[in-house]
Each structure stands twice: as structure tokens, then as C-alpha cells.
Design a binder for this molecule. Structure first.
Ligand code: BGC
Length: 401
């Protein structure tokens, strides 16, 4: 392909964050409880004050807009809006409404995520997504949050990575039952009841959002597995993918858009997922460095749900070496350009993440375009931030390896 690719008009160009990973002090959430109960061996440290973005969100938005981004994806926190069942906080709703207005004032189009991994502790304690009425509770929260997105928001993401939420539900259930060793490679099977609950909750949330604000384009975002089968192992890949990814893509049929989130690829052999080979580069999350994951995810998603526009709602790399971030992202954007040139309908790209933030158990894996000092919370954009933000102005993607 040519060495430059121009983004179509209206293409969303942004960075993503989530509430729990950046706000700090999300004390009424299930994750806060988990961080303090030490229930999984992945939790090295609690989230604490995170990036203090509950107070510093204007700084975050100033930086993003100044860098050239035109869009910002952030999430609102159910545990703050409904800290106890049926008790809604007007202060929290007003806070998030101000964020929407603040984004608009700075020329950023907000994409609002309603659920990004965390729920109120009371919801988790009553059984979480696996209970038959979980979708009713979610719809009630979404209705209460309507003032946040009623005006000034064009895109709402109902649930971030529902497939990972269902996997997490299975892991926690096994741990509570005293069993549940994790597989040596790949993801465990998602909890079936949670999968059903999440799909119901998505449909109810779509209806609720549309009934409050019919202009909003709704969707959800799936963690793509970007499977890389060894020759002859395509069936094993499909069997691995179905409950962990495909079922969630298929549930998005008929939505206004579908979010693609890709970081690395899962190698599949004759007996299923394979460990990351010894001789390849790994990122700070231990994942294989593989910028081609995005191209693979886009093509697989568009083949699974043809006709549904796609938005890259997350893509990025955990690294302490910002040159590697630029190299990885160049490769990923090359794949994006190639997929679009081949007819895949992609409407936006959001980098994960705007900030170095709480990576679900640790601050070590640095995904941010902007560094955050852990003591002073001072923000320092990295060279990658200026490089990627500038494409919001030029609208031209790099192409390279
Ligand atoms: C999640 C983010 C997470 C990122 C990197 C996605 O699974 O949506 O919350 O930080 O990937 O692991």
C-alpha cells in the first residue's frame, strides 16, 4: 500500500481511560474490595488515589485537546452513582455531566462507557451478572445516569469487554469455591450465567439509552483474541474463540457500532492455546509484542458481524520505552489503514491509554501516552502523545512495519 493513508471525515481520533483506573478512591466498588481482600494473585497493590482524575479530569482533557486529539473515551462509575441499592447520588451524576460539558468546551467529543469492569460492591455481593435480574439493576442505573449523556454525547459504550467480565466472574467463583487454577496459556472459560446476564444487560442498556436520547449511537467493546492458529489448527482456534469472543461479537448484531480492543495475539496449537514462545519480545504485561493483532481483530470482527461499523476503542502497549510504543502503534495503525483500504468499515481509533494508570493490580505496566507522577500526580506527556495527537490534525496515518 502507499506510504500514507488519510482518515475519512468524521473519523474519531482519541485516547481512552476508565474511571476506576484513573479517578482514585473508588471505595464503594467491587474492585476496591477485591484489592483489599487480595483474592487474586494478580493484585500487587491497591488502586488508592490512582491518577486523582476525579479532581484532575480538566487537566487530562486540556492535555488531550492540546495534543490534537478530537475524541475522548472515559467511563462513569456505577458505584459512585448508586453507592447503595436504589440510592442515587445527584452529586456523582452532576460530576459526570460536567465532564461531558468540559470535554465539549475543549473541542473533545466524549464517548461515554457505562461499565468498565467495576460495579458497586452491593451488586457483586448479590451475585453480580450471573443473577437472573442483573440486567434490571443495570438498566435502572443507566436510566439514573441519563442526565450525563442526554446532550453532547454521540457514542455510548454500554459495557467494556463483557467477555473479560464473564471470564473474571468464572475465576472469582472458582476461587471462592477453593478451586480454579488458571490455565497455563489462554483464558479460562467465561461463566455462562454471567455471559447471559451481560448480553441481557447490554440489550436493556441500549433500549434505555435510546429511549432517553434517541440520537446516541450505542455499542459495546469486546476484547479480541486475535487468534493465530498453527497450520491445520483453525478448528481449535474457532472452538477456543467461540465462548470467549465470538458469542459476544454475535450479540452485537444490529448495534450502531462494535468496539474492537486488540493488544496481542493468542497462538493456537492442536491442543488449544499455546504459551508465548521464549524467543519473542514481551511487553510489561507479559504479552507478546505483536502490532498485527489489531489488523487481525478488525478483519475477524468484520467477518463475524458484517455490516456493523467498527470503532477501535482500545489498542496500545505496556512499555517503559516510549520508542517501542511509537513502533508498536505505527505497526498497529498500518494494519488499521490496510484493513480500511480493504473495505473494513472502521469509524474511529482510541489509544489505550491516555494516562499511565492502574492496570488492575499494579501500576507497573505503563500503557499511557502521558506519564503521571505517583506522588505529585503531575502529568508529563511522552513523545508518543505528541506524535499520535498530531494525527488528529493532519488526519494522515503512518504506514510502516
Ligand atoms: C481493558 C483495560 C486494560 C487494558 C490493558 C483492557 O482489557 O479494557 O481496562 O487496562 O485492556 O490490559
Amino acid at each position: 500500500m502507499n506510504d500514507q493513508f488519510t482518515l475519512p471525515d468524521g473519523f474519531l481520533w482519541g485516547a481512552s481511560t476508565s474511571a476506576h483506573q484513573t479517578e482514585g478512591g473508588n471505595t464503594r466498588s467491587d474492585w476496591w474490595a477485591l484489592e483489599h481482600a487480595g483474592l487474586t494473585d494478580r493484585i500487587e497493590e491497591p488502586s488508592g488515589a490512582a491518577c486523582d482524575s476525579f479532581r484532575r479530569w480538566p487537566e487530562d482533557m486540556d492535555l488531550l485537546a492540546g495534543l490534537g486529539f478530537t475524541d475522548y473515551r472515559f467511563s462513569i462509575e456505577w458505584a459512585r452513582i448508586e453507592p447503595s441499592p436504589g440510592e442515587f447520588s445527584d452529586a456523582a451524576v452532576t460530576h459526570y455531566r460536567r465532564m461531558v460539558e468540559g470535554a465539549r468546551e475543549r473541542g473533545l467529543r466524549p464517548m461515554v462507557t457505562l461499565h468498565h469492569f467495576t460495579a458497586p460492591l452491593w451488586f457483586a455481593e448479590r451475585g453480580g451478572w450471573a443473577t437472573p435480574d442483573s440486567a434490571d439493576f443495570f438498566a435502572r442505573y443507566v436510566e439514573a445516569a441519563a442526565p450525563v449523556f442526554g446532550e453532547g454525547v454521540d457514542h455510548v459504550c454500554t459495557i467494556n469487554e463483557p467477555n473479560m467480565v464473564a471470564v473474571m466472574a468464572a475465576v472469582l467463583r472458582a476461587r471462592h469455591g477453593g478451586s480454579g487454577s488458571l490455565p497455563a496459556a489462554g483464558l479460562p472459560l467465561p461463566d455462562e450465567a454471567a455471559t447471559e446476564g451481560l448480553i441481557r444487560a447490554h440489550r436493556r442498556a441500549v433500549d434505555t439509552v435510546k429511549s432517553c436520547a434517541p440520537h446516541i449511537r450505542t455499542g459495546w467493546s469486546v476484547a479480541n483474541q486475535s487468534c493465530l492458529p498453527e497450520p491445520g489448527c483453525e478448528e481449535q482456534a474457532a472452538a477456543y474463540q467461540h465462548p470467549r469472543e465470538t458469542a459476544f461479537l454475535e450479540a452485537a448484531r444490529g448495534d450502531d457500532w462494535l468496539g474492537v480492543q486488540a493488544y496481542t495475539r493468542t497462538r493456537i496449537g492442536a491442543s488449544g492455546p499455546l504459551p508465548v514462545p521464549e524467543d519473542v519480545e514481551r511487553t510489561l504485561t507479559g504479552w507478546e509484542y505483536d502490532p498485527k493483532a489489531l489488523d487481525a481483530a478488525l478483519r475477524n470482527t468484520s467477518a463475524t458481524v458484517p455490516g456493523t461499523p467498527l470503532i477501535v476503542t482500545e489498542n496500545g502497549i505496556a512499555t517503559a520505552d516510549d520508542d517501542r510504543r511509537i513502533a508498536y502503534t505505527t505497526g498497529a495503525l498500518t494494519g488499521l489503514a490496510q484493513a480500511m483500504a480493504d473495505g473494513v468499515d472502521v469509524r474511529g481509533y482510541f489509544h489505550w491509554s491516555a494516562l499511565d494508570n492502574y492496570e488492575w493490580g499494579s501500576y507497573r505496566p505503563a500503557f499511557g501516552l502521558i506519564a503521571v507522577d505517583r506522588k505529585t500526580f503531575v502529568r508529563t506527556p511522552k513523545p508518543s502523545a505528541a506524535w499520535l495527537g498530531a494525527m488528529g490534525r493532519t488526519r494522515v496515518l503512518p504506514t510502516g512495519s
